[in-house]
Ligand binder design. Sequence first.
Ligand SMILES: [Zn+2]
Length: 204
Amino acid sequence: MTEFICRTCGDRYPIETMHWLCPCGGLLDLDFTPSLDPQVVMKRPTTLWRYREALPVPPGAELSLGEGFTPLLPLSIGGREVLVKQEQLFPTGSYKDRGASVMIAMAAHLGIRNVVEDSSGNAGCAVGAYCAKAGIHCRIFVPADNSPGKLGQIELYGADLVPVPGTREDTAAACKAAAADTYYASHVYNPFFSTEPKPLPTRL
Ligand SMILES: [Zn+2]
């Protein structure tokens, strides 16, 4: 069974919780055991969700804009042959679509109708786009003096921009305050965004 587990104290919580930090202040992680059948995987379309048993989202909750499988471009740099992964070819133009795809899929599965996120760039675009796909209302908190380029892209996805005067830290603080009564679709704190395996604490 997939659960949240605090990386500091080891306390466990159901994944249906709206908490994004443990009451002890520790970051939440996911206790999740992936399983993959290579024979099944190879028959699937080439998106991130090809490996869906390695993603902590229940069957049927997949949410895709065709992310993943960006090509490798052979280049010669400084006399070395390298392969450069073309991550700019993701649906919103960055690798943040990977995490947003899984995180917003889970939010939709939980019946979440409103989310907040703080980002002035790629993460805001990714969360905005996947919320649009899922029919979830999205507010993106941004520094008030942010350059307009990415902000226009975020608005194109239908997200509401919330300009916050002050520093980037002020923007994050305003978003965390808003997250007290809605879902914090954070590319920093939400463990569904970043699901790489990490050693988990065990309670003594
Ligand atoms: Zn804790």
